[in-house]
Design a protein around this ligand. Structure first.
Ligand code: ADP
Ligand code: MG
Length: 691
């Protein structure tokens, strides 16, 4: 139940003065449907409206003046502006209307009247002018024109000043609430109370108030982060209360491990014991294993699945594509079968009687481990006893899909795997309700991929070299990015590149792209895997995780357009076999300073975690990482870079609060509940739910 004190905040925005049916949809697009959303609408900058005389006014700045109306100068011909000549003791100021002028102005502002006017002033020779003043008020209302005015984003087609007025209107409805932050922490930070902070946000007193590091902005960011961390911690706790099968480490798994042709790395061992720790306690596991492509996540999952099989349960390993599922099936079948475990593959290709037979085997419990694609959770797929769901490339699946697989058993442990290492701070925000294991060490014997940045005009050299190595039996990926507005144009570019390469090196050049039917795509990928295709030209659809050990060259066109994590992942597709491997980052010169620095990070590091941290550090505010698309929560106040330290503090704070007062019943707990309500992470849960 929402406390009554919050009702005004959760009233529809349309209940505010000045929001009629015409602008209501625009307000909803700009801010959201509620009064709260307007109060929480973050300004993007400030305008200073310095008070000045005509003589001292500067060209090109927004300024405020007190003037007397001298004369109206109606248009001399059609299309000419309406002008008002005004003056103060130091000179004339012309106010100009190109649109919307007319005799009504004369009625409102008769000659002799004293007016306060504010807007962008321009000088033409000796003449000073403000076209379409932002404010033109009775001089007595000078103080209604702010010295510093918050500016709001106008993407929804509402002028900034309308949004400002509505935000201030919403602020009036905003109640003062009991403090939920720890008083000592507030004092140490020198932060304002919550309502005062909001007030300062919309009504800044100095230009510095708008800074992302300004105390009130930090305070609000911290509130938001704490609410989010609390929501995630509460859900984690709820999950832990769900009983799930206890699965001990098994001799079968040990034998499987002993039979591997290699020893696990330290990081693999650590992840495996973390998983085993989870599986022992009788609570439902939700663990994410993060590790670079090639870091050996699959083996770890395999050993956990063997434990599950030994305790009488089934596991499902779900991959985003047919070809990945097939590869997993091929690597897993032999070692698992050697331990007497049965592995089966189920994909969209299974049809009719063959599929029915497989489903019977699954339902009877004859299958220990089922590997496949989306086929694994279709309605008629019934498991005898599904205890563990392993999701490879977890970000390629929607929340609903992951859940559908988990719903195939009474209480199914979840093991998600991701080849996109993300920085610690983002880990807390993106995966706060999961437990995370990191495989931050590569299996031994890998030679790092030699990485070079080459300007596009030197593409000829690259093609020549490629021709030589391909002639000696090597294989290469050639990535053409999705950059144009239309996918068709990108496709044309990729087709042209493939044709061009064919001219130089013959017909063994294949092409895959996003618009191909899946079966056709799989066929080309398969031909490449089997070595029938030497050079694979691809838009970025090349599947993360596809294992083609003979591929030793990765060429990426327009590398400057990719995120570093993505470049690193692409590069991870080579360097898996015995050949020396190389990665060529073709860029369109000239590179910006940051662009140069970014490619440099990639040349110097081969560690996905390090690359992710540095990439994050290089970026400014906003969302240049595309975080919002990649599952990063849509924060209103918090910024992953500027408020990095606040993120970890909020995570600690949330843990502490819940440890001391799990039911949130103490006075502070009550206040904290209100905080959680205000930010409403409960309602948004599905969107950020990584589990
Ligand atoms: P990921 O799924 O993390 O990209 P994989 O599990 O596919 O990586 O492993 C990549 C390759 O490395 C596989 O061929 C696997 O057999 C091999 N491998 C995994 N762990 C080790 C290890 N500890 N030592 C040597 N090779 C390993
Ligand atoms: Mg993998």
């Amino acid at each position: 139940m929402r406390p009554e004190i919050l009702f005004p905040l959760f009233a529809p925005a349309a209940s505010l003065k000045g929001i009629g049916p015409k602008i209501a949809p625009l307000v909803e697009r700009a801010a959201g449907p509620l009064v709260r959303d307007l109060a929480f609408l973050c300004p993007q900058g400030v305008i200073e409206r310095k008070r000045i005389t005509v003589q001292a006014a500067q060209d090109g700045l927004v300024q405020t003046l007190v003037v007397r109306i001298d004369a109206h100068l109606p248009p001399s011909r059609r299309g000419a502006p309406w002008r008002i000549r005004t003056l103060d003791e130091t000179g004339f100021l012309f106010l100009t209307w190109f649109k919307g002028g007319g005799p009504h102005l004369e009625t409102q502002h008769p000659p002799g009247a004293a007016r306060a006017v504010s807007g962008k002033l321009e000088r033409f020779g000796i003449e000073a002018q403000i076209a379409h003043p932002d404010y033109l008020l009775d001089a007595g209302r000078l103080d209604d024109i702010p010295l510093i005015e918050a500016v709001y984003g106008t993407t929804a087609g509402l002028p900034s000043r309308t949004l400002r007025r509505l935000a201030l209107e919403a602020l009036i409805k905003t109640p003062d609430l009991a403090e939920w932050q720890d008083p000592a922490w507030l004092a140490r930070k020198g932060w304002l109370g919550w309502r005062a902070a909001l007030e300062r946000l919309h009504d800044p007193k100095t230009v510095a108030d708008m800074d992302i590091a300004a105390p009130q902005r930090q305070r609000l960011a911290y509130d938001e982060l704490l609410a989010h961390q609390l929501a995630m911690a509460q859900r984690k706790a709820a999950r832990r209360r769900e009983a799930a099968p206890i699965i001990p480490a098994s001799p079968v798994s040990d034998a499987l491990q002993a039979a591997l042709p290699f020893r696990l790395t330290g990081a693999q061992n650590r992840s495996l014991s973390e998983i085993r720790g989870d599986l022992l306690v009788g609570e439902r596991m939700s663990r994410l294993v993060q590790g670079d492509v090639g870091s050996g996540k699959t083996v770890v999952a395999m050993l956990a699945m063997a434990d599950v099989a030994a305790s009488g349960g089934q596991s499902a390993l779900m991959a985003p594509t047919e070809i990945l599922a097939r590869q997993h099936f091929e690597t897993l079948s032999a070692p698992l079968a050697a331990q007497g475990l049965s592995v089966m593959l189920l994909t969209g290709r299974d049809k009719g009687a063959g599929r029915a037979e497989k489903l019977r085997a699954l339902a009877s419990g004859a299958v220990d481990i089922l590997v496949g694609t989306h086929a694994l959770f279709q309605d008629d797929v019934v498991y005898a006893r599904l205890d563990l769901a392993v999701i490879d490339e977890q970000h390629r699946f929607g929340v609903a899909e992951r859940r559908r697989l988990q719903d195939k058993g009474a209480s199914v442990h979840l093991l998600a795997m991701s080849a996109t290492p993300i920085p610690r701070t983002l880990e807390l925000t993106q995966y706060g309700e999961l437990d995370v294991s990191r495989i931050d060490e590569k299996p031994p014997g890998r030679t790092p991929v030699a990485t070079r940045a080459v300007p596009l005009p030197r593409i000829g050299e690259i093609v020549q070299r490629l021709k030589t190595v391909v002639a000696s039996g090597a294989q290469a990926f050639w990535i053409c990015p999705l950059v144009a507005e239309s996918e068709l144009m990108d496709l044309a570019a990729a087709e042209a590149r493939a044709a061009d390469l064919r001219q130089h090196m013959g017909p063994r050049v294949g092409l895959v792209h996003g618009q191909m039917p899946p079966a056709e795509k799989d066929a080309v990928m398969q031909a490449f895997t089997e070595g029938k295709v030497s050079v694979l030209v691809a838009t970025t659809v090349v599947e993360v995780g596809v294992n083609v050990p003979n591929a030793s060259i990765m060429v990426i066109e327009q590398a400057e357009r990719f995120g570093l994590a993505q470049l690193h992942q692409l590069r991870g597709r080579v360097g898996r076999g015995v050949r020396e491997s190389s990665c060529v980052l073709l860029y369109d010169p000239p590179l910006s300073k940051t662009g140069e620095a970014r490619l440099d990070i990639l040349r110097k590091s081969d560690d996905g975690f390090e690359i992710a941290e540095r990439d994050l550090a290089l970026r400014g505010g906003g969302d240049p990482l595309g975080l919002k698309q990649s599952g990063f929560p849509a924060y209103r106040f918090a910024d992953p870079i500027a408020h990095k330290d606040l993120i970890s503090a909020a995570a600690d704070d949330a843990r502490l609060i819940l440890a001391r007062d799990p039911g949130l019943n103490s006075p502070r707990g009550q206040a904290v509940r209100v905080l959680c309500e205000i930010f409403d992470w409960q309602a948004a849960l599905g969107l950020t739910d990584a589990g």
